[in-house]
Design a protein around this ligand. Structure first.
Ligand SMILES: NC(=O)c1ccc[n+]([C@@H]2O[C@H](COP(=O)([O-])OP(=O)(O)OC[C@H]3O[C@@H](n4cnc5c(N)ncnc54)[C@H](OP(=O)(O)O)[C@@H]3O)[C@@H](O)[C@H]2O)c1
Length: 234
């Protein structure tokens, strides 16, 4: 009876994780949302069909206090059970037109807070509930690869390159405890962030990611994968 914790679970890729995972009634899902006052209609609908297996909990990954409160809520929901999969999915790309020549410190800080400090603090906070065989997935992007030379989305790309490095450090520090930490690029997906030009349907991206996540071996920790399970160069 595996347990999944997913951040940014009310829309986009996050809700697609919830949709696919909730089709198996043996899964317990903690669906974390930035605010309980947000647009939760689709998530509430899934939750009402899931016979108590989806727990909707608040976690603003840009706010350390909110993450700590989330930690307490998760502990209460789990009642001593371990988290099998922590999916750090929440993310922002709020200044896609900024290049390295007009980047602002304010935007950079905001992206680092939500996209990097968020997953770092979430793992730290939930560490007591992670154990042997737990998997942590930090959602990255192809734009986080230094091999991609796209001259836009600069702040976002920097934050995703940073979350990649965070993944390497977390995996090294947790491998002796049997906890695997990887990062994944979901592809260019039709969500609010992906925008009009995106090519992949969310169900294809998330189906591929879950398939990859469920097949990970101990030796795979610290790696960067696409949604199809191919390894990506840093
Ligand atoms: N779509 C793509 O093509 C693509 C490509 C590469 C990587 N990604 C990555 O995939 C992940 C999901 O992206 P998406 O396409 O689903 O984006 P999206 O449609 O914009 O959804 C983003 C989700 O993250 C949540 N979120 C934003 N800021 C948050 C915060 N401070 N605390 C908690 N939750 C927060 C949003 O909640 P609210 O509704 O409350 O704002 C929403 O649920 C992101 O990490 C993104 O960088 C996406």
């Amino acid at each position: 009876m595996p347990t999944y914790v997913i951040t940014g679970a009310n829309r986009g890729l996050g809700i697609e994780f919830v949709r696919q995972l909730s089709s198996n009634s043996s899964n317990t899902i903690i669906a974390a949302v930035r605010t309980l006052q947000g647009d939760l209609d689709d998530l509430q609908k899934l939750s009402s069909q899931a016979e108590g297996k989806i727990h909707v909990v608040e976690c603003n990954t840009g706010d350390i206090k909110s993450i700590h409160k989330f930690g307490e809520d998760v502990k209460q929901v789990l009642g001593g059970k371990q988290i099998d999969f922590l999916l750090n999915n929440a993310g922002i790309n709020s200044t896609p037109d900024q290049t390295s020549l007009d980047i602002t410190a304010e935007s950079l800080r905001e992206h680092i807070d939500v996209n990097v400090a968020g997953p770092a603090e979430t793992l730290k906070t939930l560490l007591p509930q992670l154990g042997k065989e737990s998997v942590v997935m930090n959602m990255t992007s192809g734009l986080g690869s230094c091999g991609k030379k796209l001259p836009k989305c600069t702040t976002y790309s920097i934050s995703k390159a940073a979350v990649n490095m965070l993944t390497v450090h977390q995996s090294e520090q947790l491998k002796d405890r049997g906890i695997k930490v990887i990062c994944m690029d979901p592809g260019w997906v039709k969500t609010r962030m992906g925008g009009g030009g995106a090519i992949l349907e969310p169900h294809v991206s998330i189906g591929g990611m879950l398939n990859t996540l469920h097949k990970l071996q101990d030796t795979d920790t610290g790696k960067f994968y696409t949604y199809t399970g191919e390894e990506v160069p840093w």
